[in-house]
Design a protein around this ligand. Sequence first.
Ligand code: FAD
Length: 316
Amino acid sequence: MTVTSSATSNDLPLLLEQVEVVLVDRLSPSFVRVELGSPALAEFGVDGPLYDQRIKLVFPGTDGVPHVAGVDEAAMAAWFERPAEERGHMRTYTVRDVRGSGADTRLVVDIVLHVGDGPLGPGAAWAEQVSVGDRLVVMAPRRGVPFGGIEFVPGAADRLLLAGDETAVPAIASILADLPVDARGAAYLEVPLSADVQTVRHPVGVTVTWLPRDGAERGVAVTQAVLDHLGAPLDLPEVDEVDPDLWETPTYSSSGEDIDEAVTVVGHDLDGLYAWIAGESRLVTGLRRALVKDLEVDRRQVAFMGYWRLGVAMKS
Ligand SMILES: Cc1cc2nc3c(=O)[nH]c(=O)nc-3n(C[C@H](O)[C@H](O)[C@H](O)COP(=O)(O)OP(=O)(O)OC[C@H]3O[C@@H](n4cnc5c(N)ncnc54)[C@H](O)[C@@H]3O)c2cc1C
């Protein structure tokens, strides 16, 4: 079927569209997979692999599902000014996969239920109740228009290290699926329960290790696994202060650090490494301290992303 740009409901540079839940798959105790469809998604796309492409979902508030037809940037700005409970809460997720094509394009999103992490936030609460036919709003890249939101940029690295908790599982799984067949490295995924372990596609040269907590302290297993992988004779890093907005990549520093001032240790054992680490901010802060401060890995070889903070609702 040929779909023209008239399938989309506005002229914004990004896709801001109502989508419908066309499939719900309760993958495991901690993950709900949804497929989101709309003819407007025929316009979805990025230039190259999706890797860890992030998108925004707007969950219906007391006003219902936001109307996006015909909105412009001024209308969007006015929408943001309204109370999130009324206009709908916005949260960040990863495109785990894309299925179908044209008007039948569907975005696959895996939502963590955060069981036992505190009161359910709007994202987890929506996912817990979701059924086919529900609607929400997605903000996603329109093909051919720069959108950003891909942080996985390994450059010429010959060895990859991917590590994260359950919220980073969709991104790590998507990165693994998009890697070239000759990629080399290791991925460590900490999940709440043994029952949350998934089967993921990955190059043979990248080992994938699942680390179910099964009641153990959050972040310890993945931190220890990364330190062991790097052969680092370090104790688990102590973390007193956690920046809930931690985001340190080769091109952006939430703490305002000057990336050009990064420490470069010539002839470092970890030359050629590219590390991508995401998840709960305390675990990411600890690993950042170990890699950048203790092991002196060059800031340009690492991306540390606080995907969420235990006990703190994400900004809407
Ligand atoms: C780039 C990126 C990609 C991501 N990809 C994914 C993905 O693919 N899948 C996924 O599931 N997540 C993903 N995340 C993480 C997700 O955005 C966060 O987990 C988000 O917080 C979920 O929203 P929520 O509404 O469920 O919880 P929130 O409302 O944001 O709450 C977060 C946590 O804080 C707790 N909390 C909130 N308020 C209180 C309070 N008053 N008292 C005590 N505790 C409280 C909640 O219990 C919850 O555990 C991603 C994040 C980023 C930045």
